[in-house]
Each structure stands twice: as structure tokens, then as C-alpha cells.
Design a protein around this ligand. Sequence first.
Ligand SMILES: *[C@@H]1O[C@H](CO)[C@@H](O)[C@H](O)[C@H]1NC(C)=O
Ligand SMILES: *[C@@H]1O[C@H](CO)[C@@H](O)[C@H](O)[C@H]1NC(C)=O
Ligand SMILES: *[C@@H]1O[C@H](CO)[C@@H](O)[C@H](O)[C@H]1NC(C)=O
Ligand SMILES: *[C@@H]1O[C@H](CO)[C@@H](O)[C@H](O)[C@H]1NC(C)=O
Ligand SMILES: *[C@@H]1O[C@H](CO)[C@@H](O)[C@H](O)[C@H]1NC(C)=O
Ligand SMILES: *[C@@H]1O[C@H](CO)[C@@H](O)[C@H](O)[C@H]1NC(C)=O
Length: 362
Amino acid sequence: MSKMVACVNITITTILLVLNFITLVHAAPKVPCYFIFGDSLLDNGNNNNLNTTAKANYPPYGIDFPNGPTGRFTNGRNMADILAELLGFDHYIPPFASASGGNILQGVNYASGSAGIRNETGSHLGNRISLDYQLQNHQVTISHLVDLIGNKDSANLHLNKCLYIVGIGSNDYINNYLMPKYYPTNHLYTPSQYASMLIEQYAQQLKTLYEDGARKIALFGLPRIGCIPQELQKHNTTTCVNSTNEAIQLFNEKLKSLVDELNTNFTKAKFTYINMYSISSIMGTLSFLNKPCCNISKTTAGGQCVPEKTPCLLRAVHVFWDNFHPTENANIIAIMRAYDAFLPSDTYPMDISHLITSVSSL
Ligand SMILES: *[C@@H]1O[C@H](CO)[C@@H](O)[C@H](O)[C@H]1NC(C)=O
Ligand SMILES: *[C@@H]1O[C@H](CO)[C@@H](O)[C@H](O)[C@H]1NC(C)=O
Ligand SMILES: *[C@@H]1O[C@H](CO)[C@@H](O)[C@H](O)[C@H]1NC(C)=O
Ligand SMILES: *[C@@H]1O[C@H](CO)[C@@H](O)[C@H](O)[C@H]1NC(C)=O
Ligand SMILES: *[C@@H]1O[C@H](CO)[C@@H](O)[C@H](O)[C@H]1NC(C)=O
Ligand SMILES: *[C@@H]1O[C@H](CO)[C@@H](O)[C@H](O)[C@H]1NC(C)=O
């Protein structure tokens, strides 16, 4: 057993060393623009000036990021950053909170830690920008784009060519349904009813995004939330919490069906589903990797890193950075499989590299 673990360890380290050679390149990007909606897995600073404990602009967050702590909820780059590199951008997409001027032509990141599909999700931690508000912020960007580009039709043609990624829903479980102390949803709905309700609201939000010109849209399913350190601690267990993973899978199945429905109804657009559940299957199978890398706060920002404490040294072999969020290396593996599927089950019906070339002659 220990030999196998050592072997897996070496393989993972080797893969990660290779992956670390991805760097920002200086050629035309594969799409002219790229917009990001979601939660802390994609947030790159939108919560920094909000009154919330769900923020990550302090050390040791960012210890492996060139600019140090920026509000990214990990040690280095998040999935949105690495995808920007894979797409050939020479910069990361700026957060809405500080994006300005011509920068917005190549995209904006609206993601906000603790945010959800539902407006109230995450409210016990403080303020956050729920998906409805992220879509309102996108309207603000669009009005600036119209000014920059000169007219509405040209701005719309530009928006048609962009990639849109949306990674939302985890907090509607972690910071809502699984927290009956603060939110009533657990008492009011069965897991199946709750998942249906979330998907119904999400469908409306995605329609809004489509009406705002989005045509290439990747939707991230939920990872194995039953296997994150926070859940294991809450349930005092070392193996994944099945009831949580079952609730998550109901959401994912409905999201995958929604992708079919959206592709049928909106023939001018392409939607694809990223199977984060299977991509995150390494969690739980290698439980020694599931220990968080930083020292975890038990007080206000429970589950996040304690400020200023030195984190673990072998960050490359950890899946989890804090009690909720993957390390940079786990982010690299996940987003590479979303971009260029490793297994057929990784994406449905296509990976992001095919999504961006799928909608012709726009
Ligand atoms: C921030 O939120 C907390 C808790 O909701 C509240 O007590 C505090 O007054 C708020 N601070 C500011 C500056 O709004
Ligand atoms: C959430 O907030 C947005 C923005 O204020 C609002 O338009 C929307 O109706 C709200 N959604 C719900 C379900 O209350
Ligand atoms: C957690 O589980 C362990 C081992 O099963 C047990 O010894 C311990 O008392 C439990 N702790 C709590 C707080 O329930
Ligand atoms: C949890 O799920 C796993 C995998 O599906 C299964 O093998 C295990 O028996 C389940 N445990 C419980 C307590 O239901
Ligand atoms: C797709 O179209 C069908 C038939 O008009 C409609 O019933 C359904 O609600 C639509 N679904 C979505 C997600 O737009
Ligand atoms: C976190 O810090 C406390 C206090 O310094 C220490 O006792 C504990 O061992 C640390 N935990 C980890 C995982 O480093």
C-alpha cells in the first residue's frame, strides 16, 4: 500500500512539474474575449472590498501567485487564470471590481466568493455578488462596451464571439441547504425539489446571458462537496459524506439535462457541461491528499486559512489548499480536463477546446 501511494505521489508530482511549464504566451488568443461568472473557485478579487468574511486577500493566500494575495481563494492561480493561459491570453481577466477602460474588451470576471444561484446564499458570511447581481454587472460592462465599440450591433457581434464560463451552485449547498442553522431551505425542500428549484432559476439566468449575446457557454457542474475537508470535519468522518454527494449528483444530473434542453431551444448557441464531479474523483480515493495545506481558522472565516500562518511545504501534492478550495495544482488538472477532455465523461457534449470552435460564422 505505501509503495502504491509513493508511486501515485511520484506520478502526480511529475505531471504537475510538466503542467507548471504552461505560461502566458504572446500570440492572438483563441477567442477574442472571455467572461467569467461564479463563486470562489473563480473569483479573483471581487470580494476584496465587500463586508464579508468570504475573502482571501491576505497571506498565505497567493503564496505561489506572482502578485501575492489578490483575493484568489488558493495558493496560486485559479481555474479562470489557467484557462486564460490555455486560451492564449497574455493577461488574466480582470475582476469587475477593478476592471476599467479598454481592458473590458477582452472580458471581465464577475465571480464572487460565497455567491450562489439564489440571492440569499452566503448571506451569513456577509455581502456577496449573487448570480443575479453578476448578470446586472455584466449589463454595466455591456453599456461600456457599446461606448467603446461605437454601436450596439457591433458590440453584440463582439459578445457573440466570446467564451463564457459559469461555475455556480456549490454555495447553494455549502452556504445554504447544508446549513439549516441559518437557512430554511433544508426544512422546506427535499434534495430533489431543491435541485429542481435551483436548476429552474439557473435556466432563467442563462437565458438572460444568452439574450445578452452569449453563444459559447461552458457550465461547471458541482464537485464532490461530500469529500471536502469542511464536510468531513462537520460529520466527524474520514470518508466522503454520501448524503451530500447524492444531493450534489441530483443537481448535476438536472444541469446536464438542462444543457440538452438549452442546446435544443437555442440553436444559435452552444452550451456544454463540465463534469467536475468525475473530474474531482481523486478526492476521497486518496484521503491522505485531502488534508488542507494551510492552518484552518475555526472562528469567523471558519474553514479558510488563518492569516499569516506558514502553510505546508509540499503544496504540489495536496488537493486542498484550505477546507473548501483546491490547490493551484488541483486547479490545473481540473481545468485542463475541462479544456481538453481526458476521459469521455469529463465534458458533455464537448470540451471547451471544441466549444470555442463549435459556433460557426458569427
Ligand atoms: C459588516 O457586517 C457586519 C455583520 O453583518 C456588521 O455588523 C457591520 O456593521 C458591517 N460593517 C460595515 C462597515 O458595514
Ligand atoms: C435577486 O436579486 C435580483 C437583483 O435585485 C432581483 O432582480 C431578483 O428578482 C432577485 N431574485 C429573487 C429570487 O428574489
Ligand atoms: C469523532 O470520531 C472519533 C472516531 O470515530 C471519536 O473518537 C470522536 O469522539 C468523535 N468526535 C466527536 C466530536 O464526535
Ligand atoms: C457511500 O458510497 C459509497 C460509494 O457509492 C459506498 O460504497 C458506501 O457503501 C456508501 N456508504 C454508506 C454509509 O452509505
Ligand atoms: C425549451 O423549449 C420548450 C418548448 O418550448 C419549453 O417547454 C422549455 O421550457 C424550454 N426550456 C428552456 C430551458 O428554455
Ligand atoms: C495551526 O496552528 C496551531 C497554533 O499555532 C498549531 O497548534 C497547529 O498545529 C497548526 N495546524 C496545522 C495543521 O499546521
